[in-house]
Design a binder for this molecule. Structure first.
Ligand code: SAH
Length: 341
């Protein structure tokens, strides 16, 4: 079944003509959807009644229901739990930064990668999201918060490179002038390190930012917290990252979640320096949201400072991620898990 949120304007025009409607209606429809956030045929009052009836029939719109909405007390983070057509739920988060609004997009229901610190995979993998279901996550905010969009981060639930075709299609769609018109440079995709797909991505001619979830400076430790490291060793992940930089000219970011007594030590910082000295990369350190179930905790501020300062002193570019949403369980699958309990 065709999905309006997966169509380019040209594809919609073709569809309309094939179904006996006027081509220019596509302009009106795209304006309704992408400028006004209207996602029901019946509310598109400029369309002839006959067209609306026909469209309800041949191109029904399934827009997700907002099952829950949480706002952080600072008013800068809004999280939505969306209920999809088949009853599954996904989370999406709006973060209002000084430089503009950014949305964190989920790519799968559940996740198969099963990192120790992450809540997303705890109930297993359910299914891939379609490109249209990713577009709908952005539209859900256009509709309810009427947010202008500066950027997106594909860092929500799921491993985007294990849903490769749909994620690529999604990024191409929201790049189009008559949808969100988002530059590729304003899109970041985060991966646990699916090596072959990282090479494919480098050849897509889409200069997005690639973020690699590193989380440990050696294979032994990485395997302990990221089972995917059994399949793809650090050396190959780093090589695929270098290839991405060499092919696209885009600096690669390495995410490093800080876990007390596990990877937030001077020994680990020293190994990171060995891996990255002189390389044109960025390390994004993220203090973990405590995960009591598995006994992984946030380091003290002093431990975090020590780790960060060691990297800085040795010339490694590092930022400490501002934590938004800790209080509203905006991190990775926490709201969905809570609701499903
Ligand atoms: N599967 C992809 C994208 C989703 S996870 C990947 O692995 O990159 C994206 C990021 O969420 C991870 O890099 C990590 O930085 C963050 N994350 C996951 N669990 C977290 C937790 N408990 N606390 C803080 N950040 C977490």
């Amino acid at each position: 079944m065709a999905d309006i949120f997966e169509m380019t304007k040209a594809e919609l025009q073709e569809f309309l003509v094939a179904n006996g409607m006027k081509k220019f209606r596509a302009d009106q429809i795209f304006h309704y959807i992408y400028k006004q956030g209207i996602t029901s045929w019946d509310d598109m009052v400029l369309l002839p009644k006959a067209d609306r009836m026909k469209l309800n029939d041949v191109l029904p719109i399934y827009f997700p229901e907002i099952e829950a909405q949480q706002e952080a007390s600072d008013g800068q983070t809004v999280k939505l739990l969306l209920r999809l057509h088949d009853g599954q739920t996904v989370e999406t988060v709006l973060m209002m930064h000084d430089y503009g609004n950014s949305i964190c997009v989920s790519t799968q229901v559940g996740c198969a990668v099963n990192c120790a610190f992450c809540a997303s995979a705890k109930n297993g993998f359910v299914r891939n999201l379609t490109a249209g279901e990713m577009v709908a996550q952005l539209l859900a905010f256009r509709k309810n918060v009427t947010a202008e969009l500066h950027s997106i981060v594909i860092m929500g639930t799921g491993e985007p490179l294990l849903n490769y075709q749909n994620v690529i299609r999604f990024m191409r769609l929201i790049h189009q002038e008559d949808t969100f018109y988002l530059g590729y440079r304003n899109m970041t995709l985060s991966t646990a390190g699916i090596v072959p797909a990282m090479y494919d991505l480098a050849n897509e001619k889409m200069p997005i930012t690639l973020a690699i979830s590193l989380h440990a400076p050696n294979d032994e430790l990485r395997r302990r917290i990221m089972p995917i490291a059994e399949q793809y060793v650090l050396r190959d992940v780093l090589k695929a990252g270098e290839n991405y930089f060499n092919t696209t000219g885009r600096k690669v970011t390495f995410e490093y979640i800080l876990i007390k007594d596990v990877n937030c030590t001077i020994a680990c910082a020293r190994q990171l320096v060995q891996l990255f000295a002189g390389k044109n990369i960025l390390i994004n350190a993220i203090p973990i949201n405590d995960n009591y179930d598995v006994g992984l905790y946030r380091p003290s501020s002093a431990e975090i400072d020590m780790f960060i300062n060691f990297l800085k002193k040795h010339g490694i570019p590092v930022t400490l991620r501002r934590e938004m949403g800790t209080k509203i369980q905006a991190a990775c699958g926490q709201l969905r898990i809570k609701r499903d309990k």
